[in-house]
Ligand binder design. Structure first.
Ligand SMILES: Cc1cc2nc3c(=O)[nH]c(=O)nc-3n(C[C@H](O)[C@H](O)[C@H](O)COP(=O)(O)OP(=O)(O)OC[C@H]3O[C@@H](n4cnc5c(N)ncnc54)[C@H](O)[C@@H]3O)c2cc1C
Length: 303
């Protein structure tokens, strides 16, 4: 299966753009902010919260990061004006992390301040392991400045994440996911069973520290484990939320919501959908398998 997924992912650039667009449509709200707002309205109407992501590659010019900031500011304004229940998710490399950390910090600070003024929240997605330390440092720095409406992400596949969870500042807001990037075995668990055990272990620690947790997964084993921990620890409903990607396993999404839990859907949009889709597919060939399964109507989200 791994070899098949790898071959599929390598041949994806040969697939005609309209076909890539057809299968990306399920996972991406559209090219424009207005497309994304339509999806947010539908999700909110169906009882889901959302987080908005402006698709973009790691930037190699300051101007590109500045235009990403402008787009996020426009998104925050529209979320406020349309009274949508959505925060934003940002990627630090899109805001200049690899160009200049201080410039990136300025950009993130501007977004967090603006979001704060309107009672909103900013989540910093976690990228590949070359960004982990800088992302956590930047988070702590902004928290020390008194900015509380910001959250970070930990990846259960990384061997360091349990330690990172223990080192986070008080009252942290943490999304926990498995991690999408293929990392060397020296720093990451490779076996699914071990990643899952680590996920549950870290989740328990985060809950015990009294953090707000975003339980980001479509893996029903983990959803079950999370519900067990919530029940066992008598965790109040306002101390956690489930999180899922747009277009993935909508049946499970409905089951979680109907069981009385809050759920936030991650909604990516933007004109860079093509490069983004191909890059993500190449980064993690197993996703290519899901895509092809969806293409042929056998995917988890087809119900
Ligand atoms: C809200 C949210 C935010 C995330 N943020 C980050 C982040 O900041 N950094 C990071 O590294 N990773 C992030 N991820 C990705 C995450 O790390 C995983 O790679 C991804 O969600 C798949 O892991 P899983 O827990 O769903 O388990 P898996 O075992 O990989 O998947 C469980 C099942 O879900 C289905 N599935 C999972 N993903 C997809 C997909 N893309 N398309 C179709 N079906 C799918 C498959 O049927 C699969 O069998 C995020 C995920 C979510 C849900």
């Amino acid at each position: 299966m791994a070899v098949l997924n790898y071959l599929i992912s390598r041949s994806l650039p040969l697939v005609p753009r309209p076909v890539v667009k057809a299968f990306s449509r399920r996972y991406i709200a559209g090219d424009s902010l207005e497309d994304a707002v339509r999806v947010l309205r539908e999700l909110n109407g169906a009882g889901y919260m959302a987080t908005l992501d402006v698709l973009g590659e790691a930037v190699d010019r300051h101007a590109m990061a500045e235009s990403a900031v402008k787009e996020y500011l426009r998104a925050l304004r529209l979320i406020r004006d349309e009274r949508l229940d959505s925060n934003i998710s940002i990627k630090l490399t899109q805001l200049g992390l690899k160009l200049d950390i201080d410039f990136c910090l300025e950009n993130v600070r501007a977004l967090v301040r603006t979001a704060g003024e309107q009672g909103n929240f900013v989540r910093m997605d976690m990228e590949d392991s070359s960004c982990t330390t800088d992302t956590l440092d930047l988070y702590e720095r902004l928290r020390r400045e008194g900015l509380d409406n910001i959250g970070v992400v930990l990846q259960a596949c990384l061997r360091r994440s349990l330690k990172d969870a223990r080192a986070l500042p008080e009252r942290s807001n943490v999304r926990l996911c498995k991690g999408i990037y293929l990392e060397p075995r020296a720093i990451a668990y490779r076996q699914r069973g071990v990643v899952n055990k680590n996920y549950v272990r870290i989740l328990g620690e985060l809950m015990d520290r009294g953090f707000y947790v975003g339980i980001a997964t479509h893996d029903e084993d983990l959803v079950w484990e999370a519900m067990r921990l919530i029940d066992q620890k008598h965790l109040p409903r306002d101390r956690y939320e489930f999180q899922m990607l747009l277009g993935v396993d909508e049946e499970l999404r409905g089951l979680i919501r109907r069981a009385g839990h809050r759920l936030r859907v991650y909604v990516p949009y933007g004109p860079h959908w093509y490069a983004y889709s191909l890059r993500r597919l190449k980064e993690n060939p197993s996703i290519a398998g899901y895509v092809v399964a969806n293409l042929f109507g056998r995917g988890p989200g087809t119900s």
